[in-house]
Design a protein around this ligand. Structure first.
Ligand code: NDP
Length: 331
């Protein structure tokens, strides 16, 4: 006997108007289409849970903004971010995941079944919810930064640092991430400038010490980026202003922005425990949140690792946790 309410088929749904489709109910709803969301979908679909996945504003997530991915196991020749995400999507669909375009715009997690509003319109209810909405890297907001994204401007040193082997690069920011990225890049690149707007680093003492002990990092305190410059082949420099308001030019081929990430968790904040910056808190060693039947995976709950492979691993955990949860409940 099926203990769950019936899942409408995609075909039926598309025939109905939005009022009727608002009655749609699913066993497992996954929000987000990065490595975490798709991996959760692969596991949930293979467990016969008929998951529905909403892709969000950026189908494929942050990886679609990177070029080569060389550190995801299983791709000996590397793979581009968009290709890998397409593969993950196909794999999720192969086992019956319904992947849909749409953005979760509101949530009601006050009672079962949980209700998620898509695109401010359609409401879909679910017995189990997997939040895989990721995090968005913050950028400075310069036009030149936008122009050279993927051509020298990056928000992920572990993803893209290798391409700047032996070259001079800059990292913007003075927090733990910037220090970590700068020390990582220092092992690959000839020279790393840190562009720090304050006269001190915000990072922990341990990270500051690591930066200070790394000979090829030069910290430019009280410097701000005015413009990133380059040509058809990408970035070749940056124009900064120093504490006296003077312009300084540095010659670099890579410009790494490390001024923080914003977890995409806003719509859940009324219900789900989070830290002060909005990262969802999960019970250690699990994907469980404080709300029973709601699980979180990927960057929305991980401010430390933020790797495709760790996100994928946590997506697997979320699907297994959801499967066990559903197996012990009668709806
Ligand atoms: P943070 O918010 O801690 O630091 C952001 C840095 O970027 C600050 O130095 C800030 O400057 C600077 N910044 C922000 N906006 C701008 C701007 N517009 N122009 C120039 N600089 C700017 O973010 P992180 O990502 O570094 O860290 C987030 C959290 O994750 C922290 O709690 C951190 O401790 C943690 N973390 C821990 C790690 C570890 O333990 N290994 C590794 C990475 C992160 P200002 O100081 O002037 O505000």
């Amino acid at each position: 006997m099926d203990l769950f309410k019936p899942l409408e088929s995609k075909g039926e749904e598309s025939k109905k108007g939005s009022a009727e489709s608002s009655k749609e109910h699913v066993k497992v709803l996954i929000i987000g289409s990065g490595p975490a969301g798709y991996t959760a979908a692969i596991y949930a679909a293979r467990a016969n849970l008929s998951p529905v996945l909403y892709e969000g504003l950026q189908p494929g997530g942050q990886l679609t903004t990177t070029t080569e991915v060389d550190n995801f196991p299983g791709y000996p020749q590397g793979v581009t971010g968009p290709e890998m995400m397409e593969d993950l999507k196909k794999q999720a669909e192969r086992f019956g995941t319904q992947v849909r375009f749409g953005m979760a715009t509101a949530a009601d997690l006050s009672k079962q079944p949980y209700a998620i509003t898509i695109d401010n319109d359609k409401v879909i209810t679910a017995d189990a919810l997997i939040i895989a909405t990721g995090a968005t890297a913050k950028y400075l907001g310069l036009d030149s930064e936008e122009k050279f994204k993927g051509q020298g401007v990056s928000a992920c040193a572990t993803c893209d640092g290798f391409f700047y082997k032996g070259q001079d690069v800059a990292v913007v920011g003075g927090g733990d991430t910037a220090c970590e990225e700068a020390t990582y890049l220092a092992g690959i690149c000839k020279k790393v400038y840190m562009i720090v707007r304050k006269p001190y680093l915000r990072a922990s003492k341990a990270m500051q010490d690591r930066v200070a002990a790394t000979k090829n990092i030069e910290v430019l305190y009280e410097h701000n980026t005015k413009e990133i410059v380059g040509d058809m082949s990408g970035v070749n420099g940056a124009i900064l202003t120093n504490g006296k308001g003077e312009e300084v030019k540095i010659d670099i081929t890579g410009f790494f922005v490390a001024i923080g990430h914003q977890p995409n968790s806003d719509i859940f904040k009324e219900y789900i425990d989070m830290d002060e910056t909005g990262y969802i808190t999960t019970i250690p060693g699990t994907s469980k949140t404080n709300v029973e039947g709601v699980f979180a995976c990927g960057d929305v709950q991980d401010k430390h690792y933020r790797q495709a492979i760790t996100a994928a691993g946590s997506g697997c955990m979320a699907a297994l946790d959801a499967e066990r949860y559903l197996g012990t409940r009668i709806f």
